[in-house]
Design a protein around this ligand. Structure first.
Ligand code: FUC
Length: 815
């Protein structure tokens, strides 16, 4: 079925303007709408911040996102004009190049480490109020780093690149068969409709290999393209737009806030009719077909070792030049070759995983928003569940490719000059969640932007570690930007602002990447130092109490509760990074002495504790409230994403974690439901995990399947995709567990190409709730431990070989 669909799709793309065919997108994986957007929301440059829906509702819930990890766009699909919001992931306000550049960096930190002794003494004296007060006074950043009205805005914000309009001269009168489709099979957006007996079609894709956005306007009748392309710039920039020859435009902008340069170029290629570039517009008359090529860039440069005094530390090449080179390349190739390259690049990643559940039940012939509405009413739609799963993988490929920064709070899509939480990198759950699906769903390459981001934090993070904790190593705080910001912001709420284990949490992703890929060269040359220095910070920032134990004083449970002498979350992260560092040093056969220290601290770290309701304690004292439905569940870090609590190895702690999840309930914001889905999966309760997945789709998902907090926040999409993978395969406890949390609802199905730690690729099929078979492809040739229910099997493997696992009677067998 899928093959047939692709064939139709490919045929379509090679047809000429006069022979457009209707494509049956219901057969593939696609998100689609049957009604056009109007143009209400265009370029309303509002500083949309905080929670609540985005003021441009159509953009937020009914646009189609495309991207190549650097360049992003949303297709609105209006009739009278196509509106396209543009983004480049490094277009940020803030950083050392703001007017207060010299004060950007670590001068703002108070030398807080000296106060730690007093804070800890207050805890010893039982005066937690004093400890809290001193923490708030001394562990806040100076200045107003999180305030958008700070002049100049030094922390900064991700900001829009502006909007393109392509006026079509068409009205909605006599328009029918409208479709706005995002094909996940080809990473292509299509808008098509009939009007006055003519079929119009627009196609959009953004190529990673050729760094270009391609837009093709066509119809099944010649001479029907009468278009005017124009641009509305970000109003916080000095702008210059001019014709580039007879057939193009070149835009250069400079952000007022920090002088960041950005640019794009457009070239238009037409068949038939006339086309001319006039000042700031491209005008097409009576053409059969027009292809617009767009290249865009900023002058941002990643920097892993910035000179703290250099305001230009993050300034690189002139984007008016880099966009020229990209455009020359694109023009040489032309539409067909650009599409072939794009498709080959994208499908090589996307097609690695196939997922099918109860195939006969689904309603793909309905537009996605109607399916979602039915699903909300309780109509089963397993194909919608599959689609959401693959949409998460699509979004990761579109927003996180090597060579650029990681996916931010909205991936790389934003329609405003700044937005909720500055559309930044939140380190207390959000950015980490973005990367949960990367390795398990066979997209380990997409982790590279996160690895580079972590590298960019190390040098500044050493300053933060030193100033606040007199600690070795590096750390980060609640929020980061693309300019190496690692200090705390300033806030009355220390529960939000004090988060020194954000750095070690990020560093656990380095080990995860290694553990999945077993890339020892990476571990040796890049990964180990990041892990080791993070472990050093973790050790040094702890309080070695007079009774000999180690505790994270002061610490807070993210966005929840008082300043504490040692919250469970902080200890769970410390446990994780120390275990990672110990393993990494063993793999590389290095640092045996330091490893002993890590082992010693681990042994004396305040243990997990179970409280009066049977719950896992969140704080150092039993003040948990069973009615508390707070969205953060960070004290269950050891259950997920960590690996120190499991029903297999620590059943009592797993039961205590279950009590917490029961108390917290099954609702909350998008990402929170996404996290709880993963945690229920780790508890191996498939039906409860499935309930959370259902809740995420029903209560945290917009019509275009974007996750909503509200507003749109992409982390829940990634948490959802990761959670489904966790339901079907787990490998965090040193063995591969097949179908650990299969819900009753998914009676039959299969998933292929997902990954387990140890560099195994796994495909599983099941029938009537029972394992049919699993194929395990050993890519590093290490021994394999498999579990299915309580059945276990161990066998040696040879690199490159595939092994078939089935259940024979009561035993697992391997072929
Ligand atoms: C954390 C969450 C909020 C929101 C923000 C971006 O602070 O607690 O709910 O997701 O990140």
């Amino acid at each position: 079925m899928k093959k047939l669909y692709l064939l139709i799709l490919c045929t379509l793309f090679s047809l000429s303007a006069s022979s457009i065919e209707t494509v049956d997108y219901t057969q593939g994986l696609s998100v689609w709408f049957d009604t056009p957007n109007n143009l209400d929301g265009q370029a309303i440059w509002l500083r949309a911040s905080g929670t609540g829906a985005n003021p441009d509702k159509a953009w937020e819930s009914r646009s189609l996102p495309i991207g190549n990890g650097s360049l992003g766009a949303n297709i609105m699909g209006s009739i009278s004009a196509e509106r396209i919001t543009l983004n480049e992931k490094t277009l940020w306000k803030g950083g050392p190049n703001t007017a207060k550049g010299a004060e950007y960096y670590w001068d703002v930190n108070k030398q807080s480490a000296g106060v730690l002794k007093e804070i800890r003494q207050a805890f010893l004296d039982g005066d937690s109020q004093k400890a809290g007060y001193l923490t708030q006074e001394n562990f806040n950043g100076l200045g107003a780093y999180e305030e958008k009205d700070e002049t100049p805005f030094r922390f900064g914000a991700f900001t829009t690149m502006g909007e393109l309009y392509v006026e079509t001269g068409l009205s909605k009168i006599n328009m029918s068969n409208y479709r706005r489709i995002l094909s996940l099979d080809s990473a292509m957006a299509v808008v098509q409709f009939d009007k006055d007996g003519i079929r119009y079609q627009r196609k959009y894709f953004i190529s990673y290999p050729d760094s270009v956005m391609v837009m093709k306007f066509t119809a099944d009748k010649g001479g029907k393209q009468n278009l005017v392309l124009s641009y509305c710039p970000n109003n916080e920039a000095k702008s210059h737009l001019e014709a580039d020859g007879n057939d193009g435009l070149v835009y250069t902008g400079v952000l007022n806030n920090n002088g960041m340069k950005f640019a794009f170029r457009i070239k238009a290629i037409h068949k038939g009719g006339t086309l001319k570039a006039e000042n700031d517009r491209i005008i097409v008359k009576d053409a059969d077909e027009v292809v617009f090529l767009l290249t865009a860039d900023t002058d941002y440069k990643m920097n892993f070792a910035p000179d703290f005094k250099d305001p230009k530390a993050y300034v690189g090449n002139d984007p008016s030049q880099t966009t020229l080179a990209m455009m020359d390349n694109a023009l040489k190739k032309g539409y067909d070759e650009l599409y072939r390259n794009h498709e080959a690049d994208y499908t090589a990643l996307f097609n690695r995983v196939r997922f099918e559940i109860n195939l006969e039940i689904g309603t793909p012939n309905l537009p996605t928003y109607k399916r979602l509405a039915n699903y909300k009413k309780g109509v089963p739609d397993y194909q919608l569940e599959q689609l959401y799963y693959q949409f998460g993988r699509y979004l990761l490929i579109a927003s996180s490719r090597p060579g650029n920064m990681p996916a931010n709070l909205q991936g790389l899509w934003h329609n405003n000059t700044d937005g909720p939480w500055r559309v930044d990198y939140h380190n207390n759950i959000n950015i980490q969640m973005n990367y949960w699906p990367a390795c398990p769903t066979n997209l380990s390459e997409c982790t590279w932007p996160l690895i580079d981001f972590i590298r960019s934090l190390v040098k500044p993070g050493e300053k933060t570690a030193q100033a606040y904790f007199n600690a070795r190593g590096w750390t980060a705080s609640i929020s980061a930007n693309i300019f190496g910001f690692t200090a705390p912001l300033s806030s009355k709420s220390m529960a939000w602002n004090l988060n020194p284990t954000a750095g070690p949490w990020l560093a656990t992703h380095i080990w995860e990447y290694y553990d999945y890929t077993r890339d020892t060269k990476f571990l040796k040359e890049i990964g180990y130092d990041l892990i080791k220095s993070s472990a050093q910070f973790a050790v040094d920032h702890l309080w070695h109490k007079p009774d000999g134990t180690y505790t994270a004083a002061p610490s807070t449970s993210p966005e929840h509760g008082p300043v504490d002498e040692g919250v469970t979350f902080a200890h769970a992260v410390v446990r994780e990074i120390l275990l990672d560092a110990i393993q990494a040093s063993k793999v590389l056969g290095t640092d045996a002495k330091e490893r002993k220290q890590w082992e010693n601290v681990l042994a004396k770290l305040v243990p997990y504790r179970i409280g009066r309701y049977g719950q896992l304690l969140e704080w150092s004292t039993d003040i948990d409230d069973p009615k508390d439905e707070h969205r953060h569940v960070n004290h269950l870090f050891g259950l997920h994403p960590g690996h120190t609590i499991s029903p297999v190895t620590t059943p009592e702690l797993a039961q205590a974690a279950r009590v917490v999840l029961e108390h917290r309930g099954d609702g909350a914001t998008g990402w929170s439901m996404g996290w709880k889905l993963n945690q229920w999966a780790r508890l191996q309760d498939g039906n409860h995990a499935y309930k959370l997945y259902g809740n995420l789709l029903k209560n945290g998902t917009l019509d275009n399947l974007w996750d909503t907090h509200a507003p749109f926040q992409i982390d829940g999409n990634f948490g959802g995709t990761a959670g489904i993978t966790e339901m079907l395969l787990q490998s965090h406890m040193g063995f591969i567990q097949l179908l650990p949390a299969l819900p009753d609802a998914w009676a039959s199905g299969s998933i292929s190409g997902i990954c387990a730690k140890g560099n195994f690729e796994v495909s599983i099929s099941w029938k009537e709730g029972q394992l049919e078979k699993a194929i395990i492809h050993s890519k590093s040739g290490i021994p394999c431990n498999v579990r299915y229910g309580d059945k276990t099997l161990k066998f040696k493997t040879v690199k490159g070989k595939k092994y078939e696992i089935t259940l024979k009677g009561d035993r697992l067998t391997v072929l």
